[in-house]
Design a protein around this ligand. Sequence first.
Ligand SMILES: Nc1ncnc2c1ncn2[C@@H]1O[C@H](COP(=O)(O)OP(=O)(O)OP(=O)(O)O)[C@@H](O)[C@H]1O
Ligand SMILES: [Mg+2]
Length: 345
Amino acid sequence: MTRSQNSPHDTSPGRGNAVEVRGLVKHYGTTKALDGVDLDVKEGTVLGVLGPNGAGKTTLVRCLSTLITPDAGSARVAGFDVLRQPRQLRRAIGLTGQYASVDEKLSGWENLYMIGRLLDLSRAAARKRADALLERFSLTESAKRPAAQYSGGMRRRLDLAASMIGNPQVLYLDEPTTGLDPRTRNEVWEEVRRMVADGATVLLTTQYMEEAEQLADELTVIDRGKVIAGGQVAELKAKVGGRTLQIRPSDPEQLHRMVGAVAQAGLEGVAGARADVAEGLVNVPIVSDEQLTALIGLLSERGFSISSIDTHLPSLDEVFLAITGRKTSDSELGQDNIKLEEVAA
Ligand SMILES: Nc1ncnc2c1ncn2[C@@H]1O[C@H](COP(=O)(O)OP(=O)(O)OP(=O)(O)O)[C@@H](O)[C@H]1O
Ligand SMILES: [Mg+2]
């Protein structure tokens, strides 16, 4: 999956930060839910906070929403300090929590109207905003039905609409698509992209590598309350290892000869070419553009005809495995982060 659907947002250093977190700590008894987290989210961009169950994602979102008080550290959101300016901060943010927060007994319209009133909108303004958001999230037809009758995807959309009522500058989306089917997930992604196109800054937590890849400009990987890696998606992937060069010979019969030619050439740092017979590809792990150029040059010199070449970055699942030394689903098992220092350094 590529990020080509994304509009690449401006993540240049000159831009202001909508969220700045320094040394944030939150302990629950002996559990270090947040253990000194630093992160920045530049205005108008999406930061993906990636981490397995129990990593501390929801705790981070709760601290940044002023729902809980950190034990140490500081955080500013939209210029407001979480500890000293909680009221102003709350007015600047929208939150879609991990668990749907709509009132089931109320209709979609009533849910949105109620939140508008809670945010001090006049009756007329709250009504207008509810209508507009239902329209935007394709819920107008179901506006009068109780939310209890909504499907999972409709609830999520209503949740997103609810978090937009106050026109927030900064939106927190805590695992917005967990449990949704792929079609509904895509709908939610589309909405998030629209919010960002309209100027919102988004802090998105997710356990899905694909989601981070689809939506995020930058990524922060957290595990057991600590940031273990960060950067742009491609940077993070590159950090973990090289790319795989995929070469398709015009004649599939030549797969094994091509593998042999790469092996015999003895190019520096190039080893382990493999034939993927089912796909008709030769896969070669590489770490530099020079290797790519040298390989292709060599193969054409030897008279191979090539129908396509492609380079493939490791998936984010592979990235997580490489950083933590374990799969994303193993978080609670208490294994050591064997490769942590090497990669995070
Ligand atoms: N209110 C609480 N009381 C005690 N421990 C808590 C509390 N909230 C969170 N924790 C613990 O803090 C750690 C981080 O939890 P958190 O909910 O932030 O993780 P998460 O990354 O959001 O996980 P998930 O992906 O499952 O939502 C976990 O070990 C959790 O058990
Ligand atoms: Mg959570």
